[in-house]
Design a protein around this ligand. Structure first.
Ligand SMILES: [Zn+2]
Length: 108
């Protein structure tokens, strides 16, 4: 005893509820949230919304894009330089697109 208490759990012990859903299904169905870059399948967004942004106000098509490049997995966003660089350090662990391209206006 006497050791400083450790409040940070190893990633493997994180309760599942503390992470955003991981993408599942066909890779071609993956889309990225325009708000936080979270990557999941279109079906997952339709079912669960975005764990960071909450339920979408518009349709999944309006709130996500398939035009994204690169995916990084953030396990512990407070410890990740990638998360800091991407300014997503306060987001839940999950898969995030490095860059997203919003659909051009008028193109739906
Ligand atoms: Zn989001």
């Amino acid at each position: 005893m006497g050791a400083t208490s450790r409040s940070i759990l190893p990633v493997a012990q994180l309760p599942l509820s503390l992470s955003a859903g991981l993408p599942s299904g066909k890779k071609s169905s993956y889309v990225a949230c325009l708000g936080c870059h979270l990557v999941k399948s279109q079906l997952q967004f339709a079912t669960d919304g975005c764990e960071n942004c909450g339920n979408f106000f518009g349709s999944v098509e309006e709130s996500t894009t398939s035009l994204f490049t690169g995916v990084v997995s953030i396990m512990d966003s407070s410890q990740s330089w990638v998360a800091k660089w991407m300014r997503i350090e306060r987001l839940l662990p999950g898969c995030y697109a490095i860059t997203v391209e919003a659909p051009a206006a008028g193109e739906a």
